[in-house]
Design a protein around this ligand. Structure first.
Ligand SMILES: Nc1ncnc2c1ncn2[C@@H]1O[C@H](COP(=O)(O)OP(=O)(O)OP(=O)(O)O)[C@@H](O)[C@H]1O
Ligand SMILES: [Mg+2]
Length: 272
């Protein structure tokens, strides 16, 4: 029997599909004003697809992510996860925020197993999987350590393992590497790519880094300033796995340049 190719670009997937139709979001502020955060967003994400969102601060990226996770209600429009109202999405979704939210009094392994405990699943069954995930990101030797003994990058790796331990169909990541130094961030990109290729989750990834978005994604969504709208969607056709050499691939450079030009045309970026 042929062995599966570990570098295969996996597409058929256990990930969920997402359908966003005409979604808007208005927030009522404390002083009685209304913030029109998102406006008429339409978006389809295929099962197992890796989609990034880039856009200026305050354009509604986190809002879009929270709407899909059903953590805040939409003002208008519908969101379907695997064809169902996204109320059920939280069951299939794991969220990674910019700052890791590890519990300081639990070991790294116990932090990774937290969702298993919350869902009353069999800890013994998932322990092995948790250790495999920690191994995958070079943290196996730290399984019994406490978060305070870890660096920022190691902590964020542990929180990604925690998100992945229950095999979510949907991984929602809100600037997960924003607080990391550049070198650690680069390593995290490769770690995330490896895990995504292995697990076939659907991923919605928010970042301020155009290069990071292009390196990781099947598609990059460019959002305009508030109220956030989808200004453009870029298909990134580069083969995987994408390594450091991908950054000098003409198609990588072309995509990065195209997105940057788009931000200039939108008045979000300006040169000297
Ligand atoms: N709970 C809230 N109440 C009122 N306004 C809010 C609330 N949450 C977000 N907003 C406003 O909605 C807009 C979009 O916010 P959001 O957090 O989605 O932006 P973002 O694109 O994630 O920004 P950043 O890149 O800085 O994280 C902002 O103007 C923000 O002030
Ligand atoms: Mg945000």
């Amino acid at each position: 029997m042929a062995m599966p190719d570990p570098h295969q670009d996996v597409r058929s997937s256990s990930g969920v599909t997402i359908s966003v139709r005409g979604v808007s979001k208005d927030y009522a502020t404390a002083n009685g004003e209304t913030v029109h955060a998102l406006d008429a967003v339409d978006l389809d994400i295929a099962a197992g697809e890796f989609v990034s969102v880039v856009g200026p601060s305050g354009c509604g990226k986190s809002t879009l992510l929270m709407l899909i996770a059903n953590l805040v209600p939409a003002s208008n429009g519908t969101i379907l996860v695997d064809g169902k109202a996204s109320k059920q999405a939280l069951d299939r979704a794991a969220i990674v925020f910019q700052r890791d939210v590890l519990l300081e009094w639990r070991s790294v392994l116990d932090n990774v197993l937290l969702p298993i405990e919350i869902k009353h699943l069999d800890r013994a069954v998932y322990r092995q999987k948790a250790l495999e995930l920690l191994d995958l990101v070079g943290l196996k030797a730290f399984a019994d350590r406490f978060p305070r003994e870890l660096s920022g990058g190691m902590r964020q790796r542990a929180s990604i393992c925690r998100a992945l331990v229950q095999a979510p169909g949907l991984l929602l990541m809100d600037e997960p590497f924003g607080a990391l130094d550049a070198l650690t961030r680069e390593q995290m990109n490769f770690d995330l790519q490896r895990m995504w290729m292995r697990d076939q989750n659907t991923v919605l990834f928010i970042t301020h880094s155009i290069e990071e978005a292009v390196l990781l994604s099947d598609r990059v969504i460019v959002m305009s300033d508030r109220p956030g709208r989808i200004a453009e969607i870029y298909d990134i056709g580069l083969a995987r796995p994408r390594g450091a050499q991908s950054r000098s691939d003409p198609r990588f450079l072309q995509a990065v340049e195209g997105i940057r030009r788009n931000f200039m045309a939108l008045g979000i970026l300006s040169e000297v």
